[in-house]
Structures are given as C-alpha cells and as structure tokens.
Design a protein around this ligand. Sequence first.
Ligand SMILES: Cc1cc2nc3c(=O)[nH]c(=O)nc-3n(C[C@H](O)[C@H](O)[C@H](O)COP(=O)(O)OP(=O)(O)OC[C@H]3O[C@@H](n4cnc5c(N)ncnc54)[C@H](O)[C@@H]3O)c2cc1C
Length: 328
Amino acid sequence: MSRPRVVVIGAGMAGLTAAHRLQEHCDVVVLDKGRGVGGRLATRRIGDATIDHGAQFITTHSAEFALTVDRWVNDGVVASWFRGGIGPEGALDPDGHTRFRGSVSMNVVAKNLAIGLDVRTASQVAALTHDADSWKVALVDGSELIADAVIASSPVPQTIALLEKGDVVLTSSDAAALNAIAYDPCIALMAVLDGPSGLTEPGAVDPVEGPIDWMADNFLKGISAVPSVTIHATPEFSRAQWDASNEVIAEALLDAAQLHSAVISGSVQIQRWLYARPSVEHPERFLRLSDTPLFVCAGDAFGGAKVEGAALSGAAAAAVIGSVLGLE
Ligand SMILES: Cc1cc2nc3c(=O)[nH]c(=O)nc-3n(C[C@H](O)[C@H](O)[C@H](O)COP(=O)(O)OP(=O)(O)OC[C@H]3O[C@@H](n4cnc5c(N)ncnc54)[C@H](O)[C@@H]3O)c2cc1C
C-alpha cells in the first residue's frame, strides 16, 4: 500500500513536531514561506551580534513536553537560562519553572527539529482546494502538491485566507471556531550596543508600565558575542504604532529602555509580528475540519499558547491524522 501523502504548512514548532511524528508512516512535506525554518523561533544576526527576536525562552508545564526538553538538554540543543519569573527590575520571582534558551539561539531548536525532514523553505502556499478524497496545495511559484491530509500550522487568519482563496466551504461551526481565534501583535526592536546594556544577570526585565513588554540582553543570555538587546513592545504600543516609521518606533522604545551604552549606528532593526501570541485560543489542541478530506488546524492558538502549546498541538494533530489513517 502506498504511504499517505501529508503536507504540513509551516515549519515552526507545531509543524515540525507534527512532521516528526508522521514521517515514519507517511510521505511528509513541510512548506514554509520563510527563508529558513522556525517561524516565531526567530534569531537574527546583526554584525557580530546574535539576537533572538521572537520567542525568548521555553518553559515546560506538561510531563510530555518536559521529556522532550530533557532530551534537547542532553543533546545540547537547549540550555537553562534562568529559573523563576522576571520582574520589572529584572529580579527573579521564584516560580519553580526553568526558562530554557536555545544553546546558541532559539532558531537552532527549530533547525535541529528539521533535520531529516523534507522541509521546503521559501515555499509559500497560495491556496487550498480539495476534491472528494484529497487536497491540492497550490504554491505561489505556480507548483502544486496533492495530499491525502493537510496540517495547517500557519497563524489561523492566514489559514482561513488560504481556504477562502480555494473557495473551500467551511461548516458554520468550523468557521465560528476558527474566526473566534485572535492574536496580539508585537513590535520587536533589535539593536547592537557599544558596551554593557545596564541589565543585570540573567539579562532580562519585564516592565509593568510604559511601551516595553520585555527586554533582554542577548550577551548576558549567553548567545551573543557582543552586547545587543531585544525589546518587545506591549500589544497596546504595537497596535497604536503599527504603521509608524521604524525611526519613530525606535526612538520611543530606546528612550523607554534607558540603556547604559549607546546603540551602534545603523544596527537597529524592527520586526513586526502581526500574530505574535494568541489572545483568544481554541479550547482543544487542534481543529479537524468537517466535511472535507483530512485537514487539521494546529499551532499555538490551539489548547495552550507558547512554544510548549505549539509542540503539544503539533503532536496532537499528528496523532489524529495517524488515527484517522489507521497508521501504527
Ligand atoms: C515576540 C514574541 C515573543 C514570544 N516569547 C515567547 C516566550 O518567551 N516563550 C514561549 O514559549 N513563547 C513565546 N512566544 C510564542 C512562541 O513563539 C509561539 O507560541 C510558537 O513559536 C508558535 O509556533 P507555531 O508553530 O504555532 O507557529 P509559528 O512559529 O508562527 O509557525 C507558523 C509558520 O507558518 C508559516 N506560514 C504562514 N503562512 C504560510 C503560507 N501561506 N505558506 C507557507 N508557510 C506559511 C510561517 O512562515 C511560520 O514559519 C513569543 C512569540 C513572539 C512573537
């Protein structure tokens, strides 16, 4: 019997986890529109600086994900950054949870997961259509893939748009569930400094007021060869300043940051994360579309946010596909 063909949209934590679980029994292709893998597990190099500008750390609350992270620690993929919560002044508020960072960057966690998978980057899905048994996944470059099952781990509004482009008719209950999901935006600023940031070990602050939601020193974090900071704006600031110029955004955030050293000229970069974190989640770990060939929506908006939620959602999506297709 031929192996089922599965297309996974998105090479972030959810999509890569799902692909891993399925590859033994299926022909799995992972498509991502980005130049590299990782999605919001994102790292940028600016000069000699290494800057995590999406997810900052990984925590574990479930036994299942704790086992995965233990394995990553043993394999040298992640390392402990600090234990406890970060306060407005950077002080640790012990909550018992270790914050893990990628050993060299957060993006490396995704790169490690992608080893051995058929991952195609710079491959943007344009539309999804189906007949009675299978899906046609049309890419922006004009190519297409036929799949017996699809896992969409793209942020939900983007998944809805792909289905609409292909005139896929959703049941009213699926449409209501997907349209209920919402995300907060986040504007992220990256900058290289000519000296210490002024933050203290372990290198992060979590302000309670002002435009900054979180600030981290990538040098103290242990991933950057030179002083560099990541500044995440609050959802409120991000919404209000979304269309402002990078210069205006940088001035406001750097002014609030009160860094102890100067920003190296030309080193500031801004990333706008439109779908940064789910603000309204779906209560279950995945949503399987009704009345279509096998199609499962997954990602951090399903049943638990963050990197952990994305991993558990990807695993649950793979499990439902395995069970429907009768895979061992
Ligand atoms: C600023 C910020 C800070 C965060 N901090 C933390 C933190 O400290 N700890 C934590 O646990 N979590 C944090 N998170 C959340 C965490 O990053 C996410 O929960 C998790 O990475 C989501 O993984 P995912 O696989 O669900 O989605 P994503 O990582 O977003 O992956 C989805 C992928 O789909 C791809 N895609 C979308 N549309 C298409 C298309 N049409 N064709 C092909 N590919 C497509 C995208 O390119 C993307 O790679 C943070 C997120 C942000 C943005």
